[in-house]
Design a protein around this ligand. Structure first.
Ligand code: ATP
Ligand code: MG
Length: 422
């Protein structure tokens, strides 16, 4: 009997992991340079945490969560990390220890969606959360940080979209205006949107159905309903972005799929990588009310999450395979043992080294070394071992020299480092 991975969940084998490492390293380097520190939380949380934070009337909560019961606890595999981060922020009373916190994460998320290119059931997100700063300067800084990251990764055709939802006051005002517009057009909406209309009409704005989009086309605009302070926040955000020299578009239909957002919203898209409808690389926004809603103090916050698989599809092809190792081809038990000892010393000196300990013929070991692209290969035979010697082969030049085992490590180390520098 053979098994396969669960549908929509992927293995990443070592020969494909180089791109992941490059992306993750760039992400860490960039966000750490802005003062963000890494947060790690459990994969499983109480279901209610996501219902309360993401919102009951959302795709994620209504259709996409992996939830289960265990000893009467209702649990869910996290579909995103903002809720977990806020839970941790409140649980550890972080706001009483520091006025501003900057957190980041790189972690797998779980959503029961229909799998397609750029859309999976287990996928990785990298994201940041910033607590304790309500001002639009931190919003602008965050968006600019993302553009720097994607530029560094070589992703072309970036499109930055921004919008503002306003605070609760503006939202309530807008809700009424939108409902007034939608009610007479109810029959033109999809069934799902009709259901959502009274509970959460904003959801209809980001519906992916063409039917809904046709109705929404001429709906009133949130930006026209913003109260004075929300409008000032919005204008200041744009001024900061202008000062940073950023190109952006205002997208009045950008409302994002989760309930907790307030004021600034943003998405960055790219047409690279044939992502089609999955071309949103990152989404984020302000969620000033969420910490309080989850039992904490009244702390403003902003954050974003990017899907790593989508970024990888949008990143240009590069050779991310590591340089080939130094290779030991020992002949016989005693030589294998000696190879283990010398290889260990080389590794301690920082040289990637592989020992072929299968006990195969020299020919077969050299074939494997060639397959790995190895340049320096150490052959240790029984008689050489007794004399304290080994053969050092340069497979690129087809040259062989004899070296003393006692000098082997230093010799290889200097060969490998001089190549690294070349
Ligand atoms: P979409 O509109 O594409 O469904 P979303 O609004 O559900 O995205 P968020 O919940 O904001 O997405 O998550 C942020 C980012 O995570 C997305 O912009 C995308 O890059 C990525 N993402 C979301 N869902 C998936 C998935 N099922 N597979 C892979 N990446 C995903
Ligand atoms: Mg989604």
């Amino acid at each position: 009997m053979q098994f396969r991975a669960v549908k929509g969940m992927n293995d990443i084998l070592p020969d494909a992991v180089g791109r992941w490492h490059r992306l993750e390293a760039a992400f860490r380097r960039v966000v750490e340079s802005y003062g963000f520190g890494e947060l790690r939380t459990p994969v499983v949380e109480p279901t209610e945490l996501f219902v309360r934070s993401i919102g009951e009337v959302t795709d994620v909560v209504q259709k996409e969560m992996y939830s289960f019961e265990h000893h009467k606890d209702r649990l869910t595999l996290r579909p995103e990390l903002t809720a977990s981060a806020v839970r941790a922020y409140v649980q550890h009373k972080v706001n009483s220890k520091e006025p501003v916190s900057r957190w980041y994460y790189i972690a797998p998320m779980y959503r029961a969606e229909r799998p397609q290119r750029g859309r999976y059931r287990q996928f990785y997100q990298a994201g940041c959360e910033l607590y304790g700063d309500a001002g639009p300067a931190s919003d602008a800084e965050m968006i600019d940080m993302l553009v720097s990251l994607y530029t560094e990764l070589g992703i072309p055709d970036l499109k930055v979209c921004i919008h503002s939802l306003g605070g609760p006051g503006s939202r309530a005002k807008y809700r009424e205006a939108l409902l007034e517009y939608l009610r007479p057009r109810k029959d033109e909406l999809t069934e799902l949107s009709q259901e959502r209309m009274e509970k959460n009409p904003l959801r209809i704005l980001d519906s992916k159905s063409e039917k809904d989009q046709a109705v929404v086309e001429n709906a009133p605009r949130i930006l026209d309903c913003l109260e004075e302070e929300d409008l000032a926040h919005w204008d200041e955000l744009k001024r900061h972005l202008d000062a940073l020299g950023m190109q952006y578009e205002v997208d009045p239909k950008l409302v994002r799929g989760l309930d907790y957002y307030t004021r600034t919203l943003f998405e960055i898209k790219s047409d690279a990588g044939n992502l089609g409808a999955q071309n949103t690389l990152v989404g984020g926004g302000r969620y000033d009310g969420l910490v309080k809603r989850l039992g904490g103090a009244d702390v403003p916050a902003i954050g974003f999450a990017m899907g790593l698989e989508r970024i990888l599809l949008a990143m240009p092809e590069t050779d991310d395979t590591p340089s080939p190792p130094c290779f030991f081809a020992p002949l016989g038990e005693a030589a294998i043992s000696a190879a283990l000892v010398h290889a260990k010393q080389l590794r301690l000196a920082g040289v990637r080294t592989e020992v072929d300990s299968r006990g195969n013929s020299l020919k077969s070991m050299l074939r494997r070394a060639n397959g790995l692209g190895v340049r320096h290969c150490v052959v240790i035979g029984e008689s050489e071992l007794e004399e304290g010697r080994a053969q050092l082969k340069d497979l690129a030049k087809s040259e062989t020299v004899e070296v003393k085992l006692s000098a082997l490590v230093a010799r290889l180390q200097s060969l490998m480092t001089s190549e690294d520098e070349a």
